[in-house]
Ligand binder design. Sequence first.
Ligand code: UGA
Length: 442
Amino acid sequence: MRVTIFGTGYVGLVTGTCLAEVGNDVVCVDIDAEKIARLERGEIPIYEPGLEPLVRANRASGHLRFTTDAAEAVAHAQLIFIAVGTPPDEDGSADLSHVLAVARTVGRTLNRYAVVVNKSTVPVGTADSVRATITAELVARGSEVTFDVVSNPEFLKEGDAVQDCLRPDRIIIGADSARAVEMLKALYAPFNRNHERIVLMDVRSAELTKYAANAMLATKISFMNEIANIAEQVGADVELVRRGIGSDPRIGYHFIYPGAGYGGSCFPKDVKALEYTARQHGHEPRLLAAVEAVNAAQKRKLFALVERHFGADLSGRTIALWGLAFKPNTDDMREAPSRTLLEQLWQAGAKVRAYDPEAGAETARLYGERDDLVLCGQYAALEGADALVIVTEWKAFRSPDFERIRSQLKQPVVFDGRNIFEPKAVEEAGLAYYGIGRGRSV
Ligand code: UGA
């Protein structure tokens, strides 16, 4: 099928590439000419494992093209995907200006029936606004072209985006037109093998499903962080509790890892946006507000542990940080817990030596040159440092040379913000250990 994707961010680029991979003719369009020029040179603007070879292969086969020419892209398409950003406004609501700008462009240029598929995470009711915006433009130019608007939220995770896209666990289609449903079913047929993954529903339910999924996952994390904080107080080990409750299939092992709080471009923004929507419709979202408050406190947890060990004044201290990205396998620093920690450490007068396998450049871009930040290699970060703090659970950090850590640090102490070490192993290596919710180490 002929597909056009507006927006070449994570969702748009990965979706477009995966749709090209199964044989569709895909055009990705973006208003950012610089980004399109880079993509045309084969440069991928994001770090996402497996994406680059797939983009290269599909460009070579002619199934994937990049352009800034929106009119040409609309003329190409039977299906037009909207996959542009919905950043939070100051009040927490989702900013729909990019989504509606695409709708206006579609309305101004559409010349035959197409299905407009909304993949951006958007508040309930946005499909109606997209429809109204396109209709207004069509009416203004006296066009009688028909179209449908469908909600088809995306559930890919950064770092696993290609696999999530090629092997989705569900394909949500929110539509009120049989013709549109048939087209989407045909488009997704290659991804819908072995068992039925398509869940058909009305547009508003599809829009809410996306927020409910992310809010549920965020809730699991904040719940576990709360239990970790209780475990710390009562002298229990949350890692044992986690295994104990995860074995109940109704609870499950996924997404119950306590840590330094959730970050990224989705959970923080989506929980806030859902809260906003709820309030807008007269419902006070008490649970969502608590999820957010627990997370905000948890992002300050690592600093609290450092402070407990060293005292509030950290001037003259140097802290080594392993992990800056909001999670492994990405260079994304949006809402990363490392940022809260960095800023608190600087505030208390400490210097930081930091290492991340991918997010060093992004950290340098965010904070620029400063005396109290040195970005360096994994073990170089320990040189002259008083303590090591693990903020992101990259695989490369899981089995470190503890002897080397102990001999390089001025004070033998490790703060494990993701519970990746066994406290006993660290302590046997002669290092003091602080984890999250591991009461025995308090
Ligand atoms: C999340 C969802 O997992 C995807 O399903 C969704 O499609 C995506 O948002 C989106 O809306 O676009 P992502 O933000 O890439 O994906 O990252 P996650 O892997 O979900 O991690 C989010 C945060 O939660 C990270 O900071 C991670 O460290 C934290 N986390 C995750 C925990 O603290 N504990 C856990 O048990 C799991």
